[in-house]
Design a protein around this ligand. Sequence first.
Ligand SMILES: Nc1nc2c(c(=O)[nH]1)N[C@H]1C(S)=C(S)[C@@H](COP(=O)(O)OP(=O)(O)OC[C@H]3O[C@@H](n4cnc5c(N)ncnc54)[C@H](O)[C@@H]3O)O[C@H]1N2
Ligand code: MOO
Length: 418
Amino acid sequence: MKTNISLEEAQTLLLALAKPVKEGYVSLFDATGRVLSQDIQAGQDLPPFAKSPLDGYALQAKDTEKVAQLGSVKLSVIEEIRAGYLPAKKVTSGTASKVMTGAPVPAGADVIIKYEAVERNGDYITISDILNAGSNIIQAGEDIKKGETVAYKNNLLSPSLIGLFAGIGLSKVPVFNKVRVAILSTGDELLDPAQELQPGKIYNSNLHSLRALCLKLGTEPIAFGIVADKQAVTAERISQALMVSDIVITTGGASVGDYDVVLDALKQMAANIIFWKVDMKPGSPVIAAEKNNKLIIALSGNPAAALITFNLIVVPLLKKMMGLACQLPLRISAVFADNFPKQSPQRRFLRGRIYRQDEKNYIKLTGEQSNGILKSMITCNALIDIPANSGPLCVGQKVSAVLVGNIDERTAAVLPGL
Ligand SMILES: Nc1nc2c(c(=O)[nH]1)N[C@H]1C(S)=C(S)[C@@H](COP(=O)(O)OP(=O)(O)OC[C@H]3O[C@@H](n4cnc5c(N)ncnc54)[C@H](O)[C@@H]3O)O[C@H]1N2
Ligand code: MOO
């Protein structure tokens, strides 16, 4: 078992072990946020036929050449074509068909002129412009050609991609299954928020914050309840969780205390312990283990430490299991717009908020930084990575941060205390 390894080594070790989950098909209605498990080729052109981009008249461009000598030409209107209906007649020299936006271009016509550019009198139109063949026609396959690869395995299904699939008539999409994440909270002190608070007890916040993160990521969290600080019971619950999930996450009991039983419970289960403790603060007591080709990650019970290590260690793993190609969080450099007076003998992640001002990235601390403080996670969108053996940080210093949320130009102005 490795111990006190760097965050990067922990990420690399686990990403090498994590495998994408099995594949299936979902309807477009359920595809948002899922990940493609195969490349997709278009089975048809988009649009499937040449169509009009305008409400106007379809005609032959060569008929308008006479405008040069005559000043205008007169054409007879032979039919009206609406979107969704086929033309009945062929456009020949001297004729035009009225077309609505989205209507198929009738055979024989090679140009469309908009209503506003013609004069209509009874069954005739008068045109005073010389038109070029091919203009104002949306050709079949202009957007997508039949056989073209429109999306690739490991692509996240975005709203626009889902719309495009609908456009080419794809109603079922090959995707990786949802990753089932069992979340187990260890600790004799824990109660569910629906229970009445008892002396010496606290509410289980980790289950709810981690479950919410799993949902946001597009995985399927399974709330596996609270387990007492007893080795045998913990081992049994983890084993049960493994049977119904793809990965098990526990919080609490991962450190060196007399009732921190998770490491021993994993040993009792004969799980292969990959590492214990990552060289960072907060969240150092992380245990990673493997059993039956499934990973078990035990995080610190401290609410902020659990969230930070979940973001830095578990989220990349889940992304790999979901089938996503990019797993590690984005790093960004910013100007520190705050003061942090403490020394950092150990590598430290500070909760901050990156914001944009005058086309530069700035970052401020989001509040109190101790490992149990959850409040400063609420507005945190980036974790400032302070190397080991750093001194105090002051305003204007350049820092590197790991993005865990979105950057907003207006954040500094709208968040109280920032
Ligand atoms: N002698 C030492 N003691 C501790 C060390 C150390 O190195 N030597 N490390 C400290 C650090 S750092 C951390 S972090 C904690 C981590 O301990 P555990 O992972 O065993 O977590 P617990 O002790 O079970 O819980 C820590 C803290 O968080 C509360 N908690 C636990 N679960 C939840 C939950 N689901 N929801 C809300 N809050 C929870 C728990 O009551 C404790 O207050 O160890 C230090 N000790
Ligand atoms: O691992 Mo603890 O949360 O570092 O402080």
